[in-house]
Design a protein around this ligand. Structure first.
Ligand code: NIG
Ligand code: FE
Length: 407
């Protein structure tokens, strides 16, 4: 039937499926040997999902050209699944360029935070900003990410801290989810920092008694769609006990656990996350050997953030050891006022150079495994029949070339 299918991407020199047979994530061996087709085509149906993928000749035999609304000739080019960014803080006002100078002069991230800057500075500006202003800058950031190949992105609140501003941020994320082309996984991160004038226990009580019941109500009536709960589990921020209480309460209202842990100090965050059934934990520069083992057996994804380790001159996360021990390794940009990077290709590049991941491992970590970290790998992260047709076409005849060497 004429125009029965939305799109045919034809004759790609290489098409990187990432994985096959419905796998939800890839461990080291699968990451090293990604499924790649030469001279391939992919068909996208009217519903926006992949209808068929295979060798160009086979697709040509199966479908008549007239059945497509649109055909794109991909000769000499490569097709990959859209990239997935598993960790960002993209809604905020104010900039922190002045802090870069302080860091270059020797101040640490925590020195600045404890002096009332860092997250506190961004909170002050975000609280004052209008919803419209936040949406406009957020929209621009999402478009920049999309242009760099990111089609599914995790977006956190966390620069409000008070209920009113946290909800304002979550509404802005919801608006983008409805109006823009990017796919979004929305995260409530009200425990990103202890608000001025409260201690960590008071802030924890406020989140559990006031924030989470409101989120539950708004999620149920469909005003917002929050998917994950996050806490900054760190010395001088939320300790292990407060973190446990908040994550547990979030889980009870149906949110996936996905939090910041073991970044600047060893906190036993990995062990806690594994125990609570976390979907993912981010950072993990200071993870213990026991934490690595616990995450591997709990199938809890490690979201590694090479931009942060680079910017803050932290020790690099032990990607090689995690891969060897069977942890599901994913990547995220950590886009925030402190790590201003929109580009997952740049993140993959840093993961290769600084964390010693192979190019195929970095690509799997930025697609299927990042989708797994968001609980979305049944629909995103690889090119397979029935999954969402989020694809990128790169103007290069070898799939790694442009993505990783020309950031
Ligand atoms: O993941 N570590 C905590 N949160 C962010 C930084 C947020 C900020 O400094 O504004 C991170 O790096
Ligand atoms: Fe972060």
């Amino acid at each position: 039937m004429a125009g029965e299918h939305r799109l045919l991407l034809h004759n790609a020199q290489q098409l990187v499926l990432i994985c096959t047979k419905g796998e939800k994530y890839l461990l080291q061996a699968g990451m090293q040997n990604l499924a790649v087709l030469d001279n391939a085509s992919v068909v996208i149906g009217k519903d926006g999902c992949v209808k068929a993928v295979g060798h160009a000749d086979a697709i040509r035999r199966q479908f008549s050209e007239a059945s497509f609304e649109k055909i794109i000739d991909c000769s000499g080019k490569c097709i990959l699944p859209g990239l997935v960014d598993a960790h960002t803080h993209p809604v905020w006002a104010g900039d922190r360029v002045h802090e870069f100078a302080m860091k270059l002069a020797g101040a640490s991230y925590m020195d600045i935070h404890q002096a009332g800057g860092g997250i506190h500075f961004t909170v002050e500006h975000t609280q004052k900003a209008s919803e419209e202003e936040l949406f406009n800058t957020f929209r621009h950031r999402l478009l920049r990410m999309l242009r760099a190949g990111t089609t599914l992105v995790e977006c956190k609140s966390g620069y409000g801290l008070n209920l009113e501003t946290e909800l304002k941020m979550l509404r802005v994320i919801e608006q983008a989810r409805q109006l823009l082309d990017s796919n979004i996984s929305s995260t409530y991160c009200g425990a990103h920092s202890v608000p001025k004038g409260k201690n960590a226990t008071e802030a924890t009580d406020d989140i559990i008694n006031n924030h989470l019941p409101k989120l539950k109500e708004l999620n149920l009536n469909g005003e917002i769609h929050v998917n994950n709960i996050d806490v900054f589990c760190e010395k001088g921020v939320f300790d292990l006990n407060c973190t446990r209480r908040i994550l547990q309460a979030g889980k009870e209202i149906g949110l996936q656990i996905n939090f910041h842990g073991d970044e600047l100090h060893p906190m036993k965050s990995a062990e806690l996350g594994a125990e609570l059934g976390a979907q993912a934990i981010s950072h993990l520069e200071e993870i213990s050997d026991e934490g690595i083992a616990a995450m591997a057996s709990a199938k809890c994804a490690a979201v590694l953030l090479p931009t942060t380790a680079y910017m803050l001159r932290l020790k690099q996360p032990q990607a090689r050891k995690m891969l060897k021990e069977g942890v599901i390794v994913a990547l995220g940009s950590d886009f925030n006022p402190n790590a201003y990077c929109y580009s997952m290709p740049m993140v993959m590049h840093l993961a290769c150079v600084n964390m010693k991941m192979s190019m195929n491992e970095a690509l799997a970590a930025a697609t299927i495994n990042a989708a797994y970290a968001l609980g979305r790998s049944h629909m995103h992260g690889s090119i397979e029949n029935g999954k969402q047709g989020d694809l990128i076409i790169i103007n290069s005849s070898r799939y790694v070339l442009k993505l990783l060497f020309k950031t």
